[in-house]
Design a protein around this ligand. Structure first.
Ligand code: IMP
Length: 216
């Protein structure tokens, strides 16, 4: 077994962190939070227009602050009848400090008011960004999952918009009705992790080589 490489998660979202831990459980990585490394939560820049721009910003900021490998997740829900909203504003759709329940209620209201509100097609998107002190550029990957928006919340698992998202691949069950293991087979985050895996492994190897070089 290889020694564990420590990676700092550029997120304070417990739902994302728990899923990322599950998705990377087979690799010798230890995922820690920014608060655990720095003793405080950093307020992360997140003013980009795209998931990719935001993920890159967050990974760079945490890598610079900790001088460690940093993994950022920027994700959200795109609803066709709302022209792709809430998109990058998913966490703040109802208002700046919105709870998941407030965002879900705001989404149902927005669809009631939308001209094409009866069309419920939507997708979750996740962009991961990996920044390392030993890499010149930030590496990214993306995953998506298609579905529709339910009329009422269902289930008690997951986080965010999971109670309203009926995944096509889960035979119309809401994401919040799946176990974490089931969600981790099909989710946008699972797909982004799968796509990033080869890069992650090579970055981990670079880090282990560097540690070996330093220890002589
Ligand atoms: P971020 O911190 O700006 O990336 O915000 C992501 C937001 O998108 C979350 O707060 C949720 O509202 C939503 N979101 C992202 N991924 C998921 C998911 O897997 N399930 C449900 N909601 C999600």
């Amino acid at each position: 077994m290889l020694p564990a490489v420590t990676i700092v998660l550029a997120t304070s979202n417990e739902g994302k962190a728990s899923e990322l831990r599950g998705l990377l459980a087979d690799l010798p990585v230890q995922l820690v939070t920014t608060a655990e490394v720095l003793g405080e939560k950093l307020s992360l820049p997140e003013d980009g227009d795209t998931f990719e721009a935001n993920a890159i910003q967050k990974a760079k900021a945490i890598c610079a602050a900790t001088r460690m490998i940093a993994l950022a997740d920027d994700s959200g829900l795109e609803v066709d009848a709302l022209g792709g909203r809430p998109g990058v504003r998913s966490a703040r759709f109802a208002h700046e400090r919105a709870t998941d329940a407030e965002n879900n209620a705001a989404l149902l209201r927005a669809l009631e008011e939308a001209e094409r509100g009866h069309e419920r097609a939507a997708r979750f998107r996740c962009v991961l960004a990996l920044a390392s002190p030993w890499l010149a550029e930030v590496k990214t990957s993306e995953g998506r999952i298609e579905g529709t928006i339910a009329r009422d919340p269902r289930g008690s698992g997951g986080f965010g918009y999971d109670p309203l998202f009926l995944a096509t691949e889960a035979e119309g069950r809401a994401m919040a009705e799946l176990t974490e293991a089931e969600k981790n087979c099909i989710s946008h985050r699972a797909r982004a992790v799968r796509a990033l895996r080869p890069v992650l492994i090579s970055v981990m190897n670079l880090q282990l080589d560097e540690a070996e070089r330093i220890s002589g």
